[in-house]
Design a protein around this ligand. Structure first.
Ligand code: NAD
Length: 359
């Protein structure tokens, strides 16, 4: 398969691959769209089986960032970077410095932040080589770790979906969380504080033990999370959790979590709708982190301070956009993911048109 035949290609403006022999860095930076502004999206480090798997992941995630940023109504296009490697054994400061130089080479077409397998400490090494690395601490414009803000947006949207599906608040509701990493554990804390009961899983046993100790959650094996009795299923691990095989096992009335690309394909989205469940489209729900990062970019560009009240306003607006998606889904009897895609595409097309008109 060539790049242009890849089903995930979908009109990407640029796809850049980099290799550095001394550090072993192999990375792909995908820029889907700069119609709304420079492409913004996280950097993921993952032991992909081959370059094609890495490319497909970069393309799918990058396009999702265009949609996410459009739905969050921030002045960023969509992009994503992936580093091929095992984040537990193959990270070095030098590798992230070279990654920083790769980002710098794109001259501001892409701004990189944290994603799965990459920490703010890693990004601090990249930042020494590029001003287009964000989501850091230690300077006046810095926005810090985006994960708690992502979890905050997911929490608010999840609560809205529960109110719509069950006509009640979170107190006494059971939520099954798949993956208690950066986003999942913060979400668990928020849900626990709101009186929800939790069932959790993770392939990382220490992460599970930590959340169980703090929240009294019930722990189950990774494969058993789909069979947990729960009103809400919250995917917070990697993509593709909802498949034709896993969907019939869910007892939940709501699917709402932080993971990107939760639906294996569009057919699954239709099946979720046909079962009468509410699915909060992932990229409408999990935009809190990129909103936080956009706040940092905004402050850097203006030479000013990070403004948490701007972030708060955008997250409130994002939850209102989710409400609009749920309303239209109900009124038009269409799956939420199709409604969200339609709104996102319209916003992107309008930005493209405005850019062409201004050129
Ligand atoms: P993370 O790596 O900190 O957490 C993911 C967790 O999922 C890890 O603890 C991992 O062990 C676990 N996991 C992986 N495969 C699993 C499986 N099969 N079963 C159970 N657990 C499994 O990453 P994160 O930053 O928390 O991100 C989680 C998801 O949210 C990702 O899809 C990411 O792209 C998305 N996301 C994150 C942010 C953010 O601000 N961090 C923003 C938007 C979207």
């Amino acid at each position: 398969m060539t790049l242009f035949d890849n089903p995930a290609f979908e009109g990407h403006e640029g796809v850049h691959s980099f290799y550095d022999e001394p550090t072993g860095l192999k990375c792909i930076i995908a820029v889907h769209s700069t119609a709304r502004g420079p492409a913004g999206g996280g950097c993921r480090m993952w032991p992909y089986p081959d370059a094609e798997a890495a490319l497909t992941d970069a393309l799918r995630l990058s396009r999702a960032m265009s949609y996410k940023n459009a739905m969050a109504d921030i002045d960023l296009g969509g992009g994503k970077s992936v580093i091929i490697g095992d984040s537990r054994t193959q990270k070095t400061p030098a590798l992230f410095e070279v990654f920083g130089r790769c980002v710098e080479a794109l001259g501001g077409r892409y701004w990189g932040a944290e994603d799965v397998g990459v920490t703010p400490q890693d990004l601090a090494h990249a930042r020494t080589q590029s001003r287009y690395i964000v989501g850091l601490d230690g300077h006046p414009a810095a926005s810090g770790d985006p994960s708690p803000v992502t979890a905050d947006g997911v929490f608010r949207g999840l609560r809205l979906c529960v109110q719509r599906a069950l006509g009640r608040d979170l107190d006494g509701i059971t939520v099954a969380i798949q993956g208690v990493g950066n986003v999942g554990r913060h979400l668990a804390d928020r849900l626990h504080a709101a009186g929800a009961k939790l069932v959790v899983t993770d392939v990382n046993e220490a992460a599970v033990a930590d959340v169980v100790a703090r929240t009294g959650a019930k722990a189950v094996a990774p494969g058993a999370i789909f069979d947990a009795e729960a009103e809400v299923f919250a995917p917070c691990a990697l993509g593709g959790a909802i498949t034709a095989e896993t969907l019939p096992r869910l007892s939940a009335k709501v699917i709402a979590g932080g993971a990107n690309n939760q639906l294996a394909d569009a057919d699954v989205g239709r099946a979720v709708f046909a079962r009468g469940m509410i699915y909060a489209p992932d990229y409408v729900l999990n935009g809190g982190g990129i909103i936080n990062v956009a706040g940092e970019i905004r402050a850097l560009e203006a030479g000013g301070l990070f403004d948490p009240s701007w972030v708060e306003g955008k997250i409130t607006q994002m939850t209102a956009t989710l409400a609009e998606v749920l309303d239209r889904s109900a009124a038009e009897a269409r799956p939420t993911n199709e409604v969200a895609d339609q709104i996102a595409r319209a916003r992107l097309a309008a930005a493209k048109q405005a850019r062409q008109a201004a050129a």
